[in-house]
Design a protein around this ligand. Structure first.
Ligand code: ADP
Ligand code: MG
Length: 240
């Protein structure tokens, strides 16, 4: 579903991604972790070309990410993304946030888009919040709206970049629970998170990054019990 082959990304002289190769199969759940500044967000952002890569190849569901705008549009319709900051439109209601993409991008009729939106609000367990504005919701509810909004585009891949890092502790679980349920549907997921309980529960594979490189890739059991690299061991000592 996703193939990154020898991908590098530079910001000026600074190498943010250094010869990264990673493949994610359909239905696979991959959790990326690593210290701050190791390139996790950059990797995720390259997959829908929020950051264009400088070297190597990225192929998403058979479509090469390059200058071809038609390919990029197709990829972006297949890839949903959830950020640390929820990025909801504050002047639109929850329902309007959810129907915007389906109406504008997928050219759905409003009634159909609203039916779809309500279906996904049910899925994230907040159907009663449809007519509120984001500012009237808790952080955990806003992040679940953001997940529902991404799902309304009916993506084949979901990318998460530290979706619970901005949340108060008591709201983290309600968001992780929704992500676990989503994993149960067979969605292809690539998640940057330091929630290691979540990772143990859903990850098929752990990826550990440091200084723009993938240092280690392992099944969760092996990664958590006996990480191969000293740096990963140190990292796990800090987050577990
Ligand atoms: P992580 O998500 O693992 O914390 P990032 O991918 O956000 O790391 O960043 C990796 C490195 O690239 C950091 O050193 C960061 O400062 C740098 N970086 C990220 N985005 C930019 C940018 N737009 N311009 C310059 N440097 C950037
Ligand atoms: Mg980041």
């Amino acid at each position: 579903m996703i193939r990154m082959i020898n991908v590098s990304k530079l910001f000026g002289d600074f190498v943010a991604l250094d010869d990264v190769s990673l493949s994610v199969a359909a239905g696979e759940r991959v959790v990326i972790c690593g210290p701050s500044g190791s390139g996790k967000s950059t990797l995720i952002r390259c997959i829908n070309r929020l950051e264009p890569h400088d070297r190597g190849r990225i192929i998403v569901d058979g479509l090469e990410l390059d200058e071809d705008m038609a390919n990029l549009r197709s990829v972006r319709q297949e890839v949903g993304m959830v950020f640390q900051q929820f990025n909801l439109f504050p002047h639109l209601t929850v329902l309007e946030n959810l129907t915007l993409g389906p109406i504008r991008v997928r050219r759905m009729a409003r009634p159909a888009a609203e039916a779809l939106a309500r279906q996904y609000l049910e899925r994230v367990h907040i159907p009663e919040q449809a007519d509120k504005y984001p500012g009237q919701l808790s952080g955990g509810q806003q992040q679940r709206v953001a997940i529902a909004r991404a799902l309304c585009m009916e993506p084949r891949i979901m990318l998460f970049d530290e979706p619970t890092s901005a949340l108060d502790p008591e709201m983290i679980k309600e968001v992780l629970d929704v992500m676990v349920e989503l994993a149960g549907t067979g969605m292809t997921m690539l998640c940057v998170t330091h929630e290691m309980g979540f990772a143990r529960k859903v990850a098929d594979r752990m990826v550990f990054m440091e200084a723009g490189r993938i240092v280690e890739t392992a099944p969760p059991e092996a990664f958590f019990t006996a990480p191969a690299s000293p740096r990963a061991r140190l990292f796990l000592d800090q987050v577990l």
